[in-house]
Each structure stands twice: as C-alpha cells, then as structure tokens.
Design a protein around this ligand. Structure first.
Ligand code: OOG
Ligand code: MG
Length: 259
C-alpha cells in the first residue's frame, strides 16, 4: 500500500472520530491492509493528532484478556495511544461527543523510568513503575457495530476514545496485581467482574509486551506516561442515563454518569 493511501485512511478515521460518525471497516475496500501497514496508518493518525496540538498520555494495550479477545473475535493483543483530550475530568461522560461507547475496567501503570525493549519482562516493568491506578476506559470504535478485523482496529487506534483515571495511587509492590479483583456495575447491577490475572496472567505482562512491540519500531515506554494494560473485563455498551460504578480491590472506586 502506498504512502498516500495510508495517509488518506488515517485522515478518514480521524474525521470519523471528530465528526462522531461510524464508518464501514477499512478492510472491506482495502483487502490488502495487513497488521504492519495498519500500524503505519495508526502512526499517521497519531501524527495528525499531535499536529492538531494534542498530547500523548501514554500508549495503551488492548485485547490482552480472553474476555476481550472472545468478545471482539480477534486473537492478538494490540496497542494504541491515549491522548490528553481523552481523559475525562469530573464524573460525567457526554454521549453527544461519542458514537456508540462501551466501558471496560482496567488498571494503569504510571511509569517512573523509561523502558526500552526488546527482552523486557514483567519484573522489569514492575521495577520501572511508580504507581498503579484504577481506570475505566471508554472505547468507541469508529466502525459500524464494532465490526472489525485485527488490522482495522489497529488502524483505528485500538478504539481509544475516553478514559476515567482513578485517584487511588499504589506502589506496585503493595499490590498483587494478578489477584486484583474488579467489579463493573451499571445502574446498580454487576455486569462484569474479573481479576488482574485475566490479562496475560498478570497485567505487567501486557506492559512488557508493549515495550517489546514498541521496540520493533525503535520506540520505548517513557517515564511519566500512564499506560492502560487492557481490559480485565468484557466491555459493556453504554446508554444516556446510565450510572457506572467500578470497584477495584485496594484501589477504590470509579463512578460516573452518562449524559
Ligand atoms: C478494541 C480496544 C481494545 C482493550 O482494553 O481490550 C481495548 C475494542 O475492543 O474495540 O482497549
Ligand atoms: Mg481498553
């Protein structure tokens, strides 16, 4: 695929996000879009957002749990980027800014040091992590009905849209992240639950995988970045009027209302 086509796909997906418009998946027309090219589209999309004045909060991992891989019919972890405009301040999610949002429970790593792959292990990640915080990610695929293939979702920045970051900070050594339990309730009813081990056996494995994936592009994890490890639970569709509440063992709660 030539550079001009890669750029035009990135532009197409960026406009879909800005105009809150769902689109047909890219691979429907561009059947030759493979994983490597999809990351080139994502790179262009990230560049456009940076050029528009947005800043990167951190890369994120996605599709790191069986719950998510099964739900989306995709079998491999991926990464994308969370930008400053995606972080929600306060406790309200505005439906009018989004297409068809879903919520999923995650933990985030706040990095104290740079981590440069390859050959990074979970132990390396834990040693380089300053704090763990709870998070609720709002994913909002730009594709109709969240219908996509692996290259499609990579090109679409892993459905990144919004994120609520919790305010409880813990040192990684204070937690057993694999045993960290979480419940996700909508309107008072538990809809999803799980433990950190759902993420590749331990959430730090997802961040290690990220460091190793970034290394293939000559990139690294940077000190100060806040990095989502991928959803522990399946994602739940949201509707205006919903009240969302997630409880994290040892990490407090995150609550918000959908307007
Ligand atoms: C892709 C986004 C995946 C996660 O945590 O698994 C993701 C999607 O499900 O639309 O953010
Ligand atoms: Mg996620």
């Amino acid at each position: 695929m030539d550079k001009a086509t890669i750029k035009s796909i990135a532009q197409f997906l960026n406009s879909a996000e800005l105009e809150k418009r769902e689109v047909v998946k890219i691979t429907k027309e561009h059947t030759d879009l493979d994983v490597e090219t999809a990351y080139e589209v994502q790179e262009q999309l990230v560049l456009m957002k940076l050029e528009a004045g947005n800043e990167i909060i951190g890369p994120k991992m996605g599709l790191t749990s069986q719950a998510k891989m099964k739900q989306m019919g995709v079998e491999e972890p991926i990464y994308g980027y969370v930008f400053d405009y995606m972080v929600v301040n306060g406790d309200q999610l505005s439906m009018s800014e989004l297409i068809h949002p879903k919520v999923e429970a995650e933990v985030a790593f706040i990095m104290g040091r740079d981590v440069q792959g390859p050959n990074i292990t979970a132990e390396d990640i834990l040693a380089a992590t300053e704090y763990i915080i709870p998070a609720l990610e709002i994913i909002d695929s730009r594709y109709e009905n969240f219908n996509f293939t692996l290259p499609d979702v990579i090109a679409d920045n892993a459905s990144s849209s919004r994120v609520f970051l919790g305010t409880t900070l813990r040192r990684p050594q204070e937690l057993e992240l694999d045993l960290l339990g979480v419940t996700l309730s909508i309107n008072g009813e538990i809809r999803e639950l799980g433990a950190g081990a759902a993420i590749l056996g331990h959430p730090a494995n997802a961040i290690a995988m990220l460091a190793n994936m970034l290394a293939r592009k000559g990139l690294k994890i940077k000190a100060g970045q806040t990095i989502l490890a991928g959803a522990i639970t399946g994602a739940v569709m949201l509707q205006a009027g919903d009240t969302v509440s997630a409880k994290f063992d040892g990490l407090g709660t995150i609550d918000f209302k959908v307007k």
